[in-house]
Design a binder for this molecule. Sequence first.
Ligand code: ATP
Ligand code: MG
Ligand code: FE
Length: 364
Amino acid sequence: PLVLGIETSCDETGIGIVRGTELLANIVSSSMEEHARFGGVIPEIAARAHLEAFVPTLRRALDTAGIELRDVDAIAVTAGPGLSGALMVGLSAAKGLALAAEKPLYGVNHLVAHVSVGLLTPASHSAGSAGGASGMASLPENTGALLVSGGHTEILRVGSLTSDVQLLGSTIDDAAGEAFDKTARLLGLGYPGGPAIGAAAASGDPTAFRFPRGLTMPKFEGSAQAPGPHRHNWSFSGLKTAVARAVEQFEAAGRPVPVADIAASFQEAVVDVLTGKAVRAAREHGISTILLGGGVAANQRLRELLAQRCEAAGIELRIPDVSLCTDNGAMVASLGAQLVAAGIAPSSLQIPADSSQPVQRISV
Ligand code: ATP
Ligand code: MG
Ligand code: FE
């Protein structure tokens, strides 16, 4: 199916177009720079920016794919989770388009969309290739997903992207991306923190500081036979505090803060515990393929260490192109195409925005 995907849950206005698993267009307009001076996303600014960017972004996506709205089989839109006002802009626009063009509407889960992006392949331009309902690549058996984003950090079992997603573990406090953003602020590296820390870390020593790996003590993890309460969960708030202490010590001593070493050591701590726990959860739950998704999946060190540890554990790993990790419309279109192909009923045109939609609720 040919599906238009609309994403407005945070500060990216994203419009993507896919044919089955084939990526035809992915245009993103971000209001990130408007939020940078506040050190975080301001919901009202984000919503207003979506309103302004929506139509030009849609126009560019349709032109890139070489289609018109009337050509699409369905319209998919992020219904949640995310910022309410931001979600409402995309949902309202999607409903208007669906109504006017007489297309089915699919309100989808942003988190499952982050994972679904892993199914996409670049446009092949060869007639009759992957794309139609029959050309949908199916998910391997025993698939799991590591979702690492600005607001979520979860390890999932994915029985089906359209009907069966289960939570195996998650963060009990900060999300991985949030930890990057807060730590970057502490280090004076600006917003968003993920790319800034990654860049600073490149010239630092990851072994300079031994920062804590949250929830890895035996009382939390237990053993495979007797799992502790947080065996597959993460915690990043202690790590953030440890970084703050380290910075304070240098400042109190009147010495320059070794920003690159702290950034590299922080990044190593996050990536070590993310990959270690994800691979172990996968092994213990019989997962043989992991899809990586979410903005933090753009992190080079995470991509590298996860690939190493998956290979060592005999787990197949699928990592999306960096451009598809942070919020975009292609991921929403990808999940929409899966829903259409699976014969799932479209959404009502009265669906609300659900700012805290849980990952198990794939479509609304
Ligand atoms: P959610 O998907 O949970 O609703 P979100 O949509 O705000 O949250 P994403 O767009 O998926 O989050 O990801 C943004 C996050 O990814 C930010 O916290 C950002 O710092 C982080 N990030 C982006 N690039 C990198 C990178 N190269 N390394 C580490 N983190 C990164
Ligand atoms: Mg964003
Ligand atoms: Fe996201």
